[in-house]
Design a protein around this ligand. Sequence first.
Ligand SMILES: *Cc1c(COP(=O)(O)O)cnc(C)c1O
Length: 366
Amino acid sequence: MRDPILLTPGPLTTSLATRTAMLHDRGSWDSDFNAMTADLCRRLEALVDGGDDIVCVPLQGSGSFAVEAAIGTLLPRDGKLLVLANGAYGQRMAQLAEVMGRAVVTLDFGETAPVDPQRLAEVLARDPSISHVGVIYCETSTGILNPLDAIADVVDRAGRRLIIDAMSALGALPLSAANLAFDAVIASGNKCLEGVPGMGFVLARRDALAAGEGNSHSLSLDLHAQWRYLQRTGQWRFTPPTHVVAALLAALDQFDAEGGRPARLARYRANCAALLDGLHALGLQSFLPADIQAPIIVTVKAPARPDWHFDTFYQRVKAHGVVLYPGKLTKIETFRIGCIGAIGRTEIDMAIDAIGRALAETGLAV
Ligand SMILES: *Cc1c(COP(=O)(O)O)cnc(C)c1O
């Protein structure tokens, strides 16, 4: 008996080794746990080739907590954020900046187009008051891959600061401080690193983080305070998610054993290709053109039938051991299937089989 396969990043399917790492209770003051935190941060910094000038600040909560903390700490109170949006996560970044009372403008590319660096350059040239630019590397609400290198280039040449939400990208898609100018990369443990949910982290440039003192609107989401406390004591400022940290360290061991980022990307690419092939064989269409499809999550057009009900379909697929995601598009009926997690060809084949059976059972097979 195994758990259903979660193609819902995230939470996503984790390995037994990762879950087993959570079978111990650890004290937050304990030197063993402090050593684990230090080790975790060092390894996360290495993921972006961070030398001395990149520091990792871990944070309790889901990924959005880390986004909110990064924006609140790195964006000065009199700064202005331009959010490059092409889906729900871009909209969320703009919304959380607005809620904290910061000046924010959104450059919206709809739900089907990647960010256009040329239009970004034009907006930055027109508005010198924009101090920071926020971008989503892989927009998980559709699976769109944004052209990060070109975006970072435009922002850097315009003398502005870049904050990257790499939540569903870090650990799989290329991202290196050696060739990319950014102030912060935000991610969480429960996406491409295949840990369990419960913590995010920010990989920030040391000088940008140091300059963020006193910016935060929030006590618990103050990234600068979290960093200073960690530096001073080796401890998280408030109760740490000890089990989650242990699981993420175990997940990173498996990441290294697999061959690191290139190997993980290759597995996700193979998962994505097998998924697309299988869906097409069932007569289903994916939503995005191949050239902007990140190998992270696939948006699928629902069968164009009046009797389509996602909930019914979902329950059928789940009865065959596979859990899918609803769509997040505003205009057309879709559902989503993740390519990430501790899964490979076997699990993708099981998913295609489950979907095919669910379509047949509901009379929707094409
Ligand atoms: C998962 C994700 C987040 C964070 O979402 P939470 O539900 O708060 O964990 C943020 N941005 C992107 C692009 C994501 O994929």
